[in-house]
Design a protein around this ligand. Structure first.
Ligand code: F3S
Length: 71
């Protein structure tokens, strides 16, 4: 199963990921992204099948490649 994580060190708070896939990615108070799924703040978490397509689009759309992915 695909797994995802957001590297906050390189996120520039552009907002693309949580606009594209709000079921998986969310903004913190400063606009930086994190994975809202359980365990998403600690490390890679499984992407539920129903969100896979949008999450992949979010990964591909991040300008700083901060949306990390593992197949
Ligand atoms: Fe940050 Fe990339 Fe999302 S810059 S807000 S992780 S699209």
């Amino acid at each position: 199963m695909a797994k995802t994580f957001v590297d906050k060190d390189t996120c520039i708070a552009c907002g693309a990921c949580y606009s594209t896939c709000p079921d998986v990615y969310e903004s913190d108070d400063d606009g930086y992204a994190f994975v809202k799924l359980e365990g998403g703040l600690e490390g890679y978490v499984d992407v539920p099948e129903e969100f896979l397509s949008d999450a992949l689009d979010a990964k591909d759309g991040c300008p700083t490649e901060s949306v990390k992915w593992e197949d």
